[in-house]
Structures are given as C-alpha cells and as structure tokens.
Design a protein around this ligand. Sequence first.
Ligand code: FAD
Length: 294
Amino acid sequence: MASQIMFDNVEAFYRPANVREALRLLHSGKGQARVVAGGTDIVVEGDNSVRFLIDITHAGLSYIRHRGPACVIGATTTMAELEGSDVIRALAGGLLSRAARSCGSAPVRNLATLGGNMAHGSPAADMATPLLVLDAAVVLAVARGRRKLPLAEYLTCARTNRYAKALLVEVVIPDPPRGKGCGWSFQKLGRTAVDISLASVSAGLQTDSRGRVKWARIALGSVSPAPMRASGAEQRMAGRILDHALLAEIGAEVAREVSPISDARASAEYRREICSVLTRRALEECSAPVGCSL
Ligand SMILES: Cc1cc2nc3c(=O)[nH]c(=O)nc-3n(C[C@H](O)[C@H](O)[C@H](O)COP(=O)(O)OP(=O)(O)OC[C@H]3O[C@@H](n4cnc5c(N)ncnc54)[C@H](O)[C@@H]3O)c2cc1C
C-alpha cells in the first residue's frame, strides 16, 4: 500500500499578509501547524502530524536591504533572487550568490528560500557555511517580540523543538572585511551538480600588507550534526604567512575538527579527507587575489 503524504491530513492552508498574523496562526495551531515557504524541504519530509500549513511567502519577508553597517535578507528571499541580486554579488566577492547558485536545479532555486534552508536545519544546507563565514545573525519573531541570535547558535538548535514556535524573519550580515588583502571561496562536492553536498567549505581571508593573516574564517557543511566553524584551524592561521606548509597544517587540523558520518553518499573517512582537500582549495582561492606565496 502506498504511504500517505503529509498533505492528506492538512485541514487548512493559510496565507497571512504579515509576520504578526503568521505568528498568531503558528501559536493557535497547538503544535500541529507548520510554516511553509518554498515547500522544497517540507514536501519531501512527509510529516503526517501536520494539520495546518502557514504559507509565509506573502508576509512581506522577501527583500535584500542595507541597514546601517549590515546587509539584511528577508527569510522568504529565494535562491534565484540571491543569485541574481547585484547587492549579493558585490558582497564578499559574491560568496553568497555562488552558494545560492549551487542549490539544486533552477526550478528548485526559484522556490527554495534562505529562511527555509536555515530553519530546516540540515547539516548540508548550502547557505549555512558562507553565512557562518560572514558572522551572520538571525532575527526571530517570537511571542514576546523579536530576538536576534548568532546563526551558529540557531543552527545547532534548528532540528530540536526549541524554536518550533518562532518565525525566522531575516538574516543579518555585518559588513565583511573588504579591499586589498581580502579573498573568499565556496567549495562544494556532490555526486552530481544538483545533488546535496558530500562536504562543503566556505572560507574568508584577510591579510595585512606583509602577507600575514589578519582575519580568517573557515566553515564546513555535511560533516558534523550542524554546519560548523573550524575555529581551531582559524586560530592557527592568525598572524602567519599562508604558504604550502601552513595549508597542509590547516587541512590536517580541519580533518581533526570535523565529525562526519558514513551514509549512502560517502564514508566518514572519505568525507574527512575531502574536508582537508576542499579547505586547502578554498584557502588557495582566497589567497589568489591577495597574491600570497602559494
Ligand atoms: C531536488 C532538490 C534539490 C535540492 N538541492 C539542495 C542543494 O543543493 N542545497 C541545499 O542546501 N538544499 C537543497 N535542497 C533543499 C531545499 O531546497 C533547501 O533547503 C531550501 O532552501 C528550503 O527552503 P524552502 O523555502 O523550500 O523551505 P520549506 O520546505 O518551505 O521549509 C523547510 C522547513 O523550514 C521551516 N521554515 C521555512 N521557513 C521558515 C521561517 N521563515 N521560519 C521558521 N521556519 C521556517 C518549515 O516549517 C520547514 O520545516 C534541495 C531540495 C530538493 C527538493
């Protein structure tokens, strides 16, 4: 007998015109209401306990704005919009638009939203690593108002019930380092171009006039329970010249920091090795515009 799909049990589909109404519907659903944005994750999930769907794509959350010293992206902004936005292409060497372009096929990217990518809480969410590199925060609408928290903190809880009654409203990206000495990279390895990643790495680098690392960020996807920063590797780079010896050292440190699993896509050992390779590649790409001695 064919298994039921989740929409068999849905009694009502709401399309609120603002965040306040969306939040009210979420709270009145008594745990049986779910937010839907692009629907590209939720339809695959098949959760039969869902009785009310709240479509937030008309709640005024599709925007890309400058606000003070930050770029702010509304939760229902799609991958296609991020890919095509001049503001996002100009941000951190186009790091975020490159990641958006790697998310599935064009029809998926026309629906898939940034908020859905974060809220779903997949370790393979492709927008997570560039956003971690950019020190992003998320703004949540909760019963008592709005709450801003670091993206890293949100991602570690996204698969729990902790924020089940919160609506992700926007992602805030503080102005990143810019100018001479800055480089960025997004690396992803999947079985095919439209597959989710076996491993992914984002990196950002700033060096001073003598070529010493002033600022470094490395984030990895699909190799730990949630997308993560490789903080140990970042610290090792501080103040040092990026040469081949340091690249090898950082590759090895990253392989120690990750905790991949074996699954149908790849073994843990393979993923660990790939993390090391992708990190070295990412740092090489970051250092290319900087003109390091690699
Ligand atoms: C064929 C295919 C290929 C894919 N390829 C990739 C890929 O390469 N890389 C990748 O990262 N992903 C990929 N995905 C996964 C998916 O497209 C993305 O994760 C997408 O960004 C999810 O966004 P959505 O708007 O469709 O989320 P939805 O399915 O609408 O929602 C996902 C979850 O988040 C919750 N949610 C959504 N928005 C909010 C919000 N604002 N506040 C609170 N909760 C919210 C929903 O309740 C649900 O639990 C793929 C999916 C498919 C079907």
